[in-house]
Design a protein around this ligand. Structure first.
Ligand SMILES: [Zn+2]
Length: 88
């Protein structure tokens, strides 16, 4: 199965933000936030021979996590601008 690792990272960051930033977790909003964020981020597919260490390094790279967090925050502002469940 070919996986876009950026999707995995966005899922992970979203989960973290849900805990610490009180980001909206309405099911529809969550879907839209992730979709918008992913449209604004490069895809990340690994070759067959890529090692687990390479994939893990991709997910843990600090600068990348910061960019993903920024994109998710930006997307949530767009999606939830009139969302009642948004908590500040
Ligand atoms: Zn929302």
């Amino acid at each position: 199965m070919i996986k876009n690792y950026m999707e995995i990272l966005v899922d992970e960051i979203f989960r973290e933000m849900k805990n610490s930033y009180k980001i909206c977790d309405d099911k529809k909003c969550e879907h839209d936030i992730k979709s918008i964020a992913l449209n604004n981020l490069p895809t990340a597919y690994f070759k067959y021979d890529a090692t687990e260490a390479t994939k893990k390094a991709f997910l843990l790279e600090r600068q990348r996590r910061i960019s993903v967090l920024a994109k998710v925050a930006e997307a949530s502002d767009i999606v939830c601008s009139e969302c009642t469940r948004k908590q500040k």
